[in-house]
Design a protein around this ligand. Sequence first.
Ligand code: CMC
Length: 438
Amino acid sequence: METSKSGSSSFPATASITYADKTVTYPVITGTEGERGIDISRLRSDTGLITVDQGYGNTGSCQSAITYIDGDQGILRYRGIPIEEFAGNPDFIEVAWLLIFGRLPTSTESTRFRARLTANAHLHEAMKHTFEGFPASAPPMAIMSAMINTLGCFHPEMYLIKDEEIFEEAAARLISKIRTIAAFTYRRVNGLPYIYPNPKLRYCDNLLHMMFSMPYDQRVADPEISLAMNLIFILHADHEQNCSTSTVRMVGSSKANLFASCAAGVCALWGPLHGGANVEVLEMLGQIHQGGLTAEKYIEMAKQKGSGTRLMGFGHRVYKNYDPRAKMLQSVCEKVLKKLNLRDPLLDIARKLEELALKDQYFIERKLYPNVDFYSGLIMRAIGIPTNMFTVMFAIGRLPGWVAHWKEQHDDANSKIARPRQIYTGPVNKHYVPMDSR
Ligand code: CMC
């Protein structure tokens, strides 16, 4: 591949590909942070070739103005604002609005959006019967995905987003009701009575109330615990083209509605290599704690190819440095345990694993550092959230990101249905054989 320089930019503005005796030249697109990508949209029609990039590690599926990550330097920014700046004041709803609408809300916009969330916190009573239809053993992520799709059935007028007003209402419904769905899922799986949302409570307090109150005993969350939950949600709110967000965009590209697209996102998030890793981290720590294994032995197993073991909560497709979210969560984890006066032996094991991995050549060479899932589960466990609800909490946090990406794609006049190509490797020109001749 050759490149050609242009104008004032110090980087070439085009790239040329030579194959057989033909050379084609394509524009190089540059983002606001200087990231560059070759626009190969004419490649197949010009040459008959396609690109092959399993796992899409080198493929840009879209141009997006929502989140910026520099994985080498460990930088994460929402709409240009560094993630570290969210550690102090803002709440999750403000960050959700920022991601979805592109700027921080004014006080009028914030009040209006909050009022929409409050008005939408309840689920239709008929949905309670749907919850009852699930066995108590149902995985919470299966319930959540099904219920988000079911939610759409109660708001069919929102299948078609005709204007900004309908979109804002649909976004508020989803963001508010996902919290009630999560709490009702927990109550269903544990055979507990459903607790209705309290309009006087803020987002995280209301979630903790619906999960942990009893009809005869209203639980008021400690403000520090509520803040920790708020930060967990903020840190999970978006992460550009990750597996679940790409899924939401893929489904949305067929013009599927917002509810269906986000339900698909929940399914993608469920996997252990994505959001489900927070469950796997706790299982790994529990396994070591129960004594079958030591931290040293676990690290050795994680390094062995074919052992089927990975150091869960370590490594990232994009970060080749410390995930900035992991750093922030580590410090919140220490604070929450101190506040609750808890000493969790699993935190000691996590610290030990981190210490061993960070000085081990295998992890250093592959640039494997703790990711967002390494400490988040320990915080949730301290708060009393059971392991099987961890990925559900991740989904609540990630929803604003999914909604923001769905909107960005929906508003893009040039958006196309996502339809990758393949290199076919199956049998060639075989014939059908009738059953009695096989
Ligand atoms: N433990 C041991 N080895 C690892 C790990 C790990 N956690 N992660 C990657 N490697 C090795 C891998 O075996 C490979 O080695 P080699 O070059 O010798 O074949 C090399 O590092 C590159 O790994 P990869 O699988 O090609 O990298 P990827 O970018 O496809 O995968 C990942 C990224 C996150 C799926 C992977 O690091 C992983 O499985 N981590 C554990 C699961 C986890 O914590 N997932 C949460 C990700 S963050 C939250 C989210 O976005 O959902």
